[in-house]
Design a protein around this ligand. Structure first.
Ligand SMILES: Cc1ncc(COP(=O)(O)O)c(C=O)c1O
Length: 419
C-alpha cells in the first residue's frame, strides 16, 4: 500500500499561515480520506457504547451492526443493573446536577463517601474528585510545580499529564521504561531543584504494558524524588479485588499520589486523586480544575461507588476480563500478529502504517467489527495500531469472529499484517 498519507502533525504550526488559512488548509487532511472512505474521526454510534454497537457510516449514513472493541468499560459495569439502579436512586434523591463547585456549596455527603472509598481502594488516607481523569491530571500538574521543580516522566504517559505540565515547570522525558536513563537524569538533577517528581502511568494506555514501579520507587527513594502514578487502566483490572497497579506491585506505601478515572473499569465518567491527608488537603485548595468546576453529578458518584463495591462483591467480572484477554492474545499471537508487550487486557495490534491501519479498520467495520485505528497524535508517527479493548462483556465466540475476519481481510487485500 503506497503511503502518501498526511498526518495531523503536518497541519499544525505552519509558519506564515494565518489562523484562517490554517483552518482552510486543514480541510485537506479530512478530504484525503474520501477515496477509500477511511476518515478516522467520523465514527458515530446509533446505540449504547457497548459490546455490540450500531455504527453509522460517515459517508453513506448506512448502519453497520458490529461487535465492538472500542470501550474501556473493562468489566461491563456501565450496563450493570446494580450500577444503573444506584445512579437512578441518586437522581431521585439529589437531582441530575449540583450546579455548584465543591468549595461553594456543591460538596455533598456522597462525594465524601466516594472519596473515602477511593482512598481505601488505593491504600491512601484521602481523595478528592474531579469531573474527569483529564481534569484531575490538569488539576495536579498545572498547580503543584513551578520553575524551581523538575518532573521526570515516561515518554508514553497520557496526554493529560503532558497538558498539565505544559510550560509550568522543568520536564525531563525519558525513553519508555528505561530505568538506566531515569537514574542518570535523576543523578544529574539531584541538588539543583526544590522538588523532583517521577510521573508515570501504572498501565500505559496505548501499549497495555506496566510501569516498573518497584524500580521507580527504589530510584525515587535513592534520589529523594516523589512518585505520582496515573492508574486509569489499573484500577478494577490489576491487584487484589481491582485495587490497581500499586497493589499489584505491593508499592502502595511508596507512591505519593495516585490519579484515577471512573471512565474505565468503573463504567462511568469522572476522576480523582488519592494520597496523604495533607497532600490531598493542599490539592483541594490549589487544584483549579476542582475549585473552579462544578462538582461531580450525583448519579455518577453513586454509579462509581457501586462499581467499586462490585470489584469485591462480584469478582467474576475481573476473572472474565482476564480470561477473555488471555484467550484473544494467544489466538492473535498464534496467527502471527504482533501485539507488542502488553501485560493487560489492552491489546495493541501493531500495524505501523497509518494508511493500512485505516483501510483495515474500514474493511473490519464493513464486516461487522468495530475497532478504533490509533494513529498520530494518539501514538507516535509510524506506530499506528488497533487498540483492541477486550472487556468482560465479550464472549469467546466474539473473539473468534474478530480473529477470523482479521485473517480473511489480511489475506483478501494482501495486507501483510502477520509475520
Ligand atoms: C492514562 C490515562 N489517564 C487519564 C485519562 C483521562 O481520563 P478521562 O477519560 O476520565 O478524562 C485517560 C483516558 O483515556 C488515560 O488513559
Amino acid at each position: 500500500m503506497k503511503n502518501d498519507f498526511l498526518s495531523m502533525r503536518e497541519f499544525i504550526d505552519i509558519p506564515d499561515m494565518s489562523m484562517h488559512e490554517s483552518i482552510e488548509n486543514f480541510q485537506n487532511f479530512i478530504d484525503q480520506f474520501e477515496d477509500k472512505q477511511t476518515y478516522p474521526y467520523g465514527f458515530m454510534a446509533n446505540s449504547a457504547v457497548s459490546k455490540n454497537m450500531t455504527i453509522v457510516d460517515y459517508y453513506t449514513k448506512q448502519e453497520f451492526e458490529t461487535i465492538s472493541f472500542v470501550s474501556n468499560n473493562y468489566l461491563g459495569l456501565s450496563h450493570h443493573p446494580k450500577v444503573k439502579q444506584a445512579a437512578i436512586d441518586a437522581i431521585e434523591k439529589y437531582g441530575v446536577g449540583t450546579c455548584a463547585a465543591p468549595p461553594i456549596g456543591g460538596y455533598i455527603s456522597i462525594h465524601k463517601e466516594l472519596e473515602d472509598k477511593l482512598a481505601k481502594l488505593h491504600g491512601k488516607e484521602k481523595a478528592i474528585l474531579f469531573n474527569s481523569g483529564y481534569s484531575a491530571n490538569i488539576g495536579v500538574f498545572q498547580n503543584m510545580f513551578n520553575k524551581s521543580d523538575i518532573v521526570f516522566t515516561d515518554m508514553f504517559v497520557h496526554a493529560s499529564i503532558y497538558d498539565g505540565l505544559k510550560n509550568n515547570t522543568n520536564v525531563k522525558i525519558y525513553k519508555h521504561n528505561d530505568m538506566d536513563y531515569l537514574e542518570l537524569i535523576l543523578k544529574r538533577a539531584q541538588g539543583n531543584y526544590r522538588n523532583m517528581t517521577i510521573v508515570v502511568d501504572g498501565v500505559f494506555s496505548q501499549d497495555g504494558d506496566l510501569a516498573n514501579l518497584p524500580a521507580i520507587c527504589d530510584l525515587a527513594e535513592k534520589y529523594g524524588a516523589m512518585v505520582f502514578v496515573d492508574d486509569a487502566h489499573g484500577a478494577g483490572v490489576l491487584g487484589k479485588n481491582g485495587k490497581g497497579t500499586l497493589d499489584h506491585f505491593g508499592v502502595e506505601d511508596r507512591v505519593d499520589l495516585v490519579i484515577g478515572t471512573f471512565s474505565k473499569s468503573m463504567g462511568t465518567a469522572g476522576g480523582y486523586i488519592a494520597g496523604s491527608e495533607k497532600l490531598i488537603e493542599y490539592m483541594r485548595h490549589y487544584s483549579r480544575s476542582s475549585i473552579f468546576s462544578v462538582s461531580v453529578a450525583p448519579a455518577i458518584v453513586a454509579a462509581a461507588s457501586k462499581a467499586i463495591d462490585l470489584f469485591t462483591e462480584e469478582p467474576q467480572h475481573i476473572q472474565k476480563l482476564w480470561d477473555n484477554a488471555r484467550y484473544l492474545k494467544k489466538k492473535l499471537v498464534e496467527n502471527g500478529f504482533d501485539i507488542g508487550n502488553s501485560e493487560t487486557p489492552i491489546t495493541p495490534l501493531m500495524i505501523r502504517d497509518d494508511e493500512k491501519t485505516l483501510f483495515t479498520a474500514r474493511k473490519l467495520l464493513e464486516n461487522g467489527i468495530y475497532v478504533i485505528p490509533a494513529i498520530y497524535p494518539a501514538v507516535k508517527i509510524n506506530d499506528s495500531r488497533f487498540r483492541v479493548s477486550i472487556t468482560a462483556q465479550h464472549e469467546t465466540s466474539d473473539l473468534d469472529i474478530f480473529c477470523k475476519l482479521l485473517l480473511e481481510i489480511n489475506q483478501k487485500y494482501d495486507l501483510k499484517l502477520t509475520n
